[in-house]
Design a protein around this ligand. Structure first.
Ligand SMILES: Cc1ncc(COP(=O)(O)O)c(C=O)c1O
Length: 456
């Protein structure tokens, strides 16, 4: 199943906004924002997520949040990091606090090349661009490839932060279905054929092959070369986003898509999940010519990525046993994932969910007729939070789904959260049975869901 998102954006130029009171067109003078008519067209689609308001409530301690994508960094060696940072500033402060290279420090890029070997990627440090989190790499790649109206093909569902970037560059996102083995090659082939027949310009496939956010599934070993080959035949660049690859419960990841066709894939990595997101260091490994454009775009955006962060990470990677730390994260997340799986089995057997082999998330399908988006206020009132499936589609799909994350709460809190959630689902189910609906109609508005860091 594919879905395109080319319905009009409410409030965009050409669709004069109306006063909610009398339906008359608003003038600049009656609006709260005097710059309303001055914004670029792309800014009119930018709205904060409608669920953001709930997150102020959801972050209260009495609420069990199964919504956040925050890594559990409490296991990091804080004393070591404090000493390391003091030493770094004392010995190399004038280097660490200075501007640096737009492409990133050479020592950092060399270490990134070593880290990517776990994904069977054999790159050269020249091919790597250090970015402010992989989120900035997503932005830069989209900026250099996507013109308004170009198609980006993406999994259904897709990472909310990537959808926000695609929307900001006015891409038309076309979703392709996944199953328990990840993106379905036949569906990708069919979608690309249909788009070609319709004369649409497909700029790239955006995919998260390992421990998908939000779906929790992993692209099987067998499908990886098939996906690469389909994109190669159709001349479609692959944007492979892999922040969770090293967090597999059973060990190191399957070979990256990039390992099958280095020239056809831009690979994104990050230290946010395997070390700490506060440093904001990620990277793109790209074919040479693409890398040159990425550096120009990065320099225009930020001059250079934080040198202090890069030097801190290179120091951490060389002077601490970072891989043992990653293994300990794996064990911790595995334990939490098992707590969530068994709680779902015990409290919510009427739902379906994916069984992750790593990462932070599971994707839950609710019993027929239930709408996760309209149910969310009731859930928060009952002191449990999740992210509605609708956040992860560029169109209005996903009402019957929710993303649950197990990365941050303890196993005990996860069990309690799922128990509360089950109560909410049951109460909502009774309403549906009685009245055939829970009342609120699905929202038809297209907005850019700009995620809070907690949601991402
Ligand atoms: C799939 C995916 N890509 C990219 C990011 C961005 O991560 P960062 O910018 O911290 O590297 C996230 C964060 O949650 C993510 O889940």
């Amino acid at each position: 199943m594919t879905a395109s998102s080319n319905d009009p954006v409410p409030g965009a130029p050409g669709t004069a906004p109306t006063d909610p009171a009398d339906g008359a067109p608003q003038t600049a003078g009656t609006r709260l924002d005097p710059w309303f008519d001055t914004y670029a067209e792309r800014a009119h689609g930018m709205r904060s997520s409608e669920i953001r308001a709930l997150f102020a409530v959801a972050s209260r301690p009495e609420v069990v949040s199964l919504a956040g994508g925050m890594p559990n960094i409490s296991g990091l060696p804080m004393d070591f990091l404090a000493d390391m940072t003091a030493r770094l500033l004392r010995d190399r402060g004038s280097e660490a606090l200075q501007y640096g290279s737009g492409q990133g420090e050479i020592a950092m890029r060399e270490q990134v090349v070593e880290v990517m070997r776990y994904d069977h990627v054999h790159a050269h440090p020249d091919d790597v661009v250090i970015t402010t989190g992989s989120q900035q790499a997503l932005d830069l790649v989209t900026q250099i490839f996507v013109d308004p109206g170009d198609v980006v093909v993406a999994e259904a569902p897709s990472y909310v932060g990537a959808l926000g970037v695609f929307r900001a560059y006015q891409a038309d996102v076309v979703h392709v279905v996944m199953d328990d083995d990840g993106l379905v090659p036949d569906e990708l082939e069919r979608t690309l054929r249909e788009l070609a027949a319709a004369g649409r310009r497909v700029k790239m496939l955006y995919t998260v092959p390992n421990f998908h956010n939000p779906a929790g599934v992993t692209l099987s070993a067998q499908r990886r070369p098939q996906i690469v080959e389909i994109c190669r035949r159709h001349g479609v660049l692959i944007l492979e986003d892999n922040p969770y690859g090293l967090l597999g419960f059973a060990g190191d990841p399957l070979p990256a898509l990039k390992s099958y066709n280095p020239e056809g894939v831009v690979y994104l990595g990050s230290f946010s999940k395997t070390f700490a997101p506060g440093y904001r260091v990620g990277w793109a490994a790209a074919p040479h010519a693409v890398r040159e454009k990425l550096v120009l775009a990065a320099e225009a955006a930020i001059l250079s990525p934080s040198r202090l962060s890069q030097l801190s990470i290179t120091e951490y990677l060389t002077s601490f046993d970072w891989y043992t730390q990653v293994k300990s994260f794996r064990e911790q997340y595995h334990e939490r994932s098992q707590a969530m799986m068994s709680a779902l089995q015990e409290y919510l057997p009427e739902a379906r969910w994916t069984v992750p082999e790593g990462g932070f998330y599971t994707w839950v399908t609710l019993p027929e007729g239930l709408d996760a988006k309209t149910m969310l206020p009731r859930a928060v009132t009952n002191l449990v939070a999740y992210v509605s499936g609708t956040a992860f589609y560029a169109d209005d799909q996903g009402h019957n789904h929710m993303r649950l994350s197990f990365c941050y709460p303890t196993p005990q809190r996860i069990r309690e959260g799922v128990r509360r959630l089950a109560g909410v689902v049951r109460a909502e189910g009774e309403l549906v049975e009685m009245f055939g609906t829970t009342g609120a109609a699905p929202a038809a508005a297209r907005t850019i869901d700009t995620p809070t860091p907690d949601q991402s």
